[in-house]
Design a protein around this ligand. Structure first.
Ligand code: ADP
Ligand code: ZN
Ligand code: ZN
Length: 816
């Protein structure tokens, strides 16, 4: 019986591809990767098998698979179902999902590099292939798999190099075997001859004048319980440390015949149990009961709890229960970099049972955690991670928590798949029959709507934990302050005074402005000329620290002109407000205050962010100025005052979600204050003090905000009353992109009518030398599935309708 396998290729190609399986390949199961050729030339991929069957595909010559990479599947059918659901929903290919889902080292293509690890003349003498490789790898540090294929004149260089790979003579730079190579570490044991009490006494005498060596023996007896177990292996590093000895002392004892050194897998450290959860407050206990009840009838439950109410404690109780029942827990966080604090809290509670998975880990570390979970699910019962942790090969997931579910960074922007991890977490919960908890103080409109509609359960925590209360929020009228010339830079006297008084009390301040750099516009006072980026249609932001003008769209830097390039005037002024400028103005106004800044520019580098957070926590910083990064998850005891420099900018953003985001950002940053004891204070500077959203922020009125915003969404047919698909078209030629956008609209309009909006020219319509047009489609809620087909069909037809092609099309379902 001929066998075939359908595989997903790690590339942005649609669909699955079928290959023939020859008998010599051995067993092939769904979830394993096989090496297959693709396209012309010698292109190779490690394709993931979705199905093994005996149906010969019609009409085509089926190429044979070359070799099998995995001894056991990397994932199970249920994980593949998640991939499929994601691809269907976000209109992307399974290959793109595969690239997002698998850690880099598990993705094999012709570009994967081969290096010589221990390739010697001896190997070369044995086979001509090894000689060829040695030759090539002496000239260059690495060659790609594709090049290896050319060199060895074979289709499957992996198979040709199998022996060398197995011997460790060559390695793939990204180790891809899924039988994970365990990290081996040196262990020290007694030689059998020495391993009894009498011999050891003799050794004590012999080593009397070699104190380090004697110490090694004594510590070995103590740590390795050598008298009880016949001298079994002890990790060398541990022994050296305990004995205050060095490796050469061990080597000496090996020479003398007392020790043997072996390489063994590192012992898994005994799971530290952690300290367990503290007792819940009555309100929290009630909330937990509510959630239990809700999760009986619903797969998914919203936990709406004000900032500081102790949502984390409630999660901890749920986690504890799930783990006690032998289940796995996935705890999703929006941006892991800012949540060291939370991880520390969970680690204190659950010890080593907590693993962390996010993009700051090396690819190797991510691949290791993947295979760790695959091999021994019980070793990693709790995984805390950013969005890609969704794809880990969980076996018995019993709880999914999506913390700060409203956070926009759950949505991947680039590249495709542009998925929202919160929404996919709900799908994952459904597929694995695991309860899903969505938590936030300021839930997204979609989630709150689902809860109100009864689709999700809904539990609330309306009070802060302990003696802490919600902060008081005050508005400061900027129009008034400017008119009366009371401003000091961009500060009102009220805000400055509040900062000063807080610092005098030895408390701390957070100042929020959602724009980095010094000033976003650098303008000639004479002729009003504004320098723009040469490659984007946007003004350049001045960065004072580096003294350059920078484009925030393409990242290019420019030296600031000393005179206006248009009229030659030397009178240039800076307009607008970024975090750098706030930092500077504050240093001028209150010279004794210690100010630091938290934004993308200062949080660069591996430890910059941790250092900053640490200094703030230790009280070495009085005022932290920052972008939206300061709104997230900081739980600092001494933060008492929060200032928002200009609320108007948040509210006027040209996007239907602007009000929702503004409300969430202000609510979250306000929530950083007064988390212990004394009531905190939030001061909001705004021109439009009568803006209704500010009214809701003043009173912490989530319900009121929600009701009003929902009305607006309904009136204009925006989510949650529709689903949006946004198409972004890009091309160097404006004419081309305009024409392509019109063609797309023409394809969609017959079926979708006026729910197709555009083509629209966005506010910044030229970025990186590419002209941009948007087309927005509102899909009706009830008949969403059918309308999606219309969109899919239009996308399929678009290339034929555009003879000149090559217009880049980005499809974004549920744009953030
Ligand atoms: P949220 O995530 O809802 O903003 P947190 O979980 O950060 O709130 O809790 C706020 C603070 O209150 C934290 O410092 C936390 O340690 C403390 N806390 C909350 N609940 C309890 C509890 N049951 N016992 C002890 N401390 C608690
Ligand atoms: Zn000028
Ligand atoms: Zn630019």
């Amino acid at each position: 019986m001929p066998r075939f396998a359908d595989v997903i290729l790690p590339a942005a190609v649609p669909g699955v591809f079928t290959y023939a399986l020859t008998d010599e390949l051995g067993p092939v199961l769904p979830g394993m990767r096989i090496v297959v050729p693709f396209g012309a030339g010698r292109k190779l991929y490690g394709g993931l098998v979705t199905r093994v069957h005996d149906v010969r595909p019609e009409g085509r010559n089926v190429r044979p698979a070359l070799s099998v990479l995995d001894a056991t599947p990397l994932l199970e059918p249920v994980h593949l179902q998640l991939w499929q659901r994601l691809a269907d929903h976000y209109l992307c290919s399974l290959g793109e999902v595969m690239l997002a889902a698998l850690p880099g080292p598990m993705v094999l293509t012709s570009e994967t590099r081969v290096t010589a690890t221990a390739l010697t003349a001896e190997h070369a003498a044995r086979t001509p292939r090894a000689a060829l490789l040695l030759d090539a790898l002496e000239q260059r540090p690495a060659i790609t798999l594709g090049e290896a294929g050319e060199l060895l004149q074979v289709k499957d260089p992996l198979r040709a190099m199998k022996q060398l790979l197995d011997d460790g003579a060559v390695a793939l730079e990204e180790e891809l075997r899924s039988r994970p190579v365990e990290r081996l570490v040196r262990h020290v044991a007694l030689t059998p001859e020495a391993a009894d009490e009498a011999s050891l006494h003799a050794w004590f005498d012999r080593l009397a004048r070699a104190p380090r060596q004697l110490a090694l023996l004594m510590k070995g007896i103590e740590l390795g319980r050598w008298l009880d177990n016949g001298g079994g292996p002890v990790a060398e590093t541990r022994l050296l440390k305990a004995a205050g000895a060095e490796r050469r002392h061990v080597e000496e004892l090996v020479r003398k015949g007392l020790f043997i050194v072996t390489e063994r897998p590192a012992d898994r450290p005994p799971a530290r149990p952690g300290s367990g959860s503290p007792t819940l407050s009555p309100a929290q206990a009630l909330c937990l009961e509510e959630m239990d009840a809700a999760l009986k009838d619903h797969r998914c439950c919203l936990l709406q709890g004000v900032t500081g109410s102790g949502k984390t404690e409630v999660y901890a109780h749920l986690i504890e229960r799930a783990v006690d029942q032998g289940g796995q827990v996935l705890y999703l966080l929006p941006e892991i970099a800012l949540t060291t604090q939370l991880i520390v809290r969970l680690r204190t509670r659950f010890g080593d049972r907590v693993s962390v998975f996010h993009s700051r880990l090396t690819a190797r570390q991510r691949a290791d955690l993947w295979s760790g979970i695959l091999r021994d699910p019980d070793a990693h019962p709790i995984v805390v991670g950013a969005r890609s942790a969704l794809f880990l090969p969980f076996r018995h997931l019993r709880l999914i928590i999506v913390d700060e579910e409203h956070d926009p960074s759950y949505k991947q922007q680039d590249p495709s798949p542009r998925y929202n991890a919160r929404d996919m977490a709900v799908v994952l919960g459904e597929l694995m029959e695991a309860p899903v908890v969505l938590g936030s103080a300021t839930p997204s409109m979609e989630t709150l709507y689902n809860a109100r509609q009864g689709k999700y359960g809904h539990a609330r925590l309306l009070e802060r934990f302990g003696d802490s209360v919600l902060p008081s929020v005050e508005l400061i009228d900027l129009r008034e302050a400017y008119k009366r010339k009371r401003m000091q830079g961009h500060f009102t006297p009220e805000l400055l005074e509040a900062v000063q008084r807080t610092v005098e009390r030895r408390d701390q301040v957070i100042l929020f402005q959602n724009r980095r750099g010094y000033a976003p516009v650098w303008q000639c006072e004479q002729c009003a000329h504004v320098p723009n980026c040469a490659h984007c249609d946007v003004s350049l932001t001045y960065h004072k620290r580096s003294h350059e003008l920078r484009c925030h769209y393409c990242g290019r830097g420019y030296p600031p002109p000393t005179a206006c390039p248009s009229c030659g005037s030397r009178r240039l002024k800076m307009i607008g407000l970024g975090t750098e400028r706030i930092e500077e103005e504050l240093a001028v106004a209150l010279p004794d205050v210690r100010v630091a800044r938290l934004d993308q520019d200062t949080a660069r580098g591996k430890h910059a962010l941790e250092r900053l957070m640490h200094d703030f926590a230790e009280g070495r910083i009085d005022v932290l100025v920052g972008t939206q990064m300061v709104t997230k998850g900081l739980d600092m005891e001494r933060v008492n005052t929060v200032g928002i420099l200009s609320a108007d900018r948040l509210l006027r953003f040209p996007d239907f979600r602007a009000h929702e985001r503004a409300f969430q950002l202000m609510g979250q940053v306000a929530g950083r204050s007064g988390r212990r004891g004394v009531q905190g204070r939030v001061l909001i500077q705004a021109f439009d003090v009568a803006h209704p959203v500010l009214g809701h922020v003043l009173t912490h009125d989530v319900d009121g905000f929600y009701a009003r915003e929902l009305e607006h969404r309904q009136a204009h047919g925006y989510p949650p009353f529709s689903r949006l698909v946004r198409f972004t078209l890009k091309h160097r030629s404006e004419e081309r992109v305009e024409q392509a956008a019109r063609t797309l609209v023409d394809l969609l309009r017959p079926d979708l009518g006026d729910r197709v909006l555009g083509p629209e020219t966005p506010a910044v319509a030229w970025v990186r030398d590419q002209h941009i047009r948007n087309v927005l489609v509102k899909l009706a809620r009830g008949i969403y599935g059918r309308e999606k087909q219309v969109v899919r069909a239009a996308l399929d037809r678009l290339p034929d309708e555009l003879p000149e092609g090559r217009v880049r099309l980005i499809v974004d379902v549920d744009p953030g």
